[in-house]
Design a protein around this ligand. Structure first.
Ligand SMILES: [Zn+2]
Length: 215
């Protein structure tokens, strides 16, 4: 139940929810550890692996959540990074690529310039702009050409500094459809360096053309 109003100035972090009656991680573990299922992956056209497979043993819950890199902005690499490590920046957002080419033609990450942890932690004005930025980056990645879909993903278990993944799935390679594109990124050989760099230049150019910021 939301007990806080929706005044945008007061919105951030002040919503209060009564917790649901949910299972604890221990309960989930106990009822799952001997009941793991092997899904019918041999019938999944996008599943990238072949051969005999079984689920890994489920490990019990740890005593606390693992620390993420840069928690609370302390020693955060993304806060400390200079603008020249990014392919595009403006006052509130920065876009960077992986250090080296991977299997997909474009993989870029959109970050807030300031340190925020969760999408739900953003002040409402920045959250609204986040929606606009996701659209702009998606269009810019698509402008590279021969892109079938740009997957927009947020995981964030490794580094706390808020970041959104944009993973470009090549057009017409239907075996790469869906979530396994993130795995195919490690299976396809790396995009040739010159092609990769030109793709990133195109993304930065399209972003700048679409409303400011600096490549
Ligand atoms: Zn940070």
């Amino acid at each position: 139940m939301i007990v806080q109003g929706c005044d945008p100035d007061q919105h951030r972090g002040t919503d209060h929810y009564d917790p649901a009656m949910s299972e604890t991680p221990e309960q989930i573990y106990q009822r799952s550890v001997d009941e793991l299922r092997m899904p019918p992956v041999e019938g999944w056209a996008t599943f990238p692996f072949d051969g005999e497979m079984r689920p890994r043993a489920l490990l019990p819950p740890e005593t606390s959540e693992r620390k993420r890199h840069g928690e609370g902005g302390v020693d955060c690499r993304r806060c400390a990074a200079a603008d020249d490590e990014y392919i595009w920046t403006n006052e509130r957002w920065r876009l960077h690529s992986l250090r080296e080419p991977s299997g997909l033609p474009v993989v870029v990450l959109l970050e807030t310039r300031a340190h925020h942890a969760e999408p739900g932690d953003l002040p409402d004005d920045l959250a609204a702009e986040c929606g606009v930025m996701i659209g702009r980056v998606e269009r810019a990645v698509r402008s590279v050409g021969e892109i079938g879909r740009v997957h927009v993903c947020r995981w964030g278990d490794g580094s706390e500094h808020l970041h959104w993944w944009f993973m470009a799935r090549p057009a017409r390679l239907s075996q790469l459809y869906g979530t396994f594109a993130a795995l195919w990124d490690d299976i396809l050989p790396p995009t040739p360096e010159d092609v990769w760099k030109e793709n990133l230049v195109q993304v930065a150019r399209a972003l700048s053309a679409g409303g400011g910021g600096r490549p």
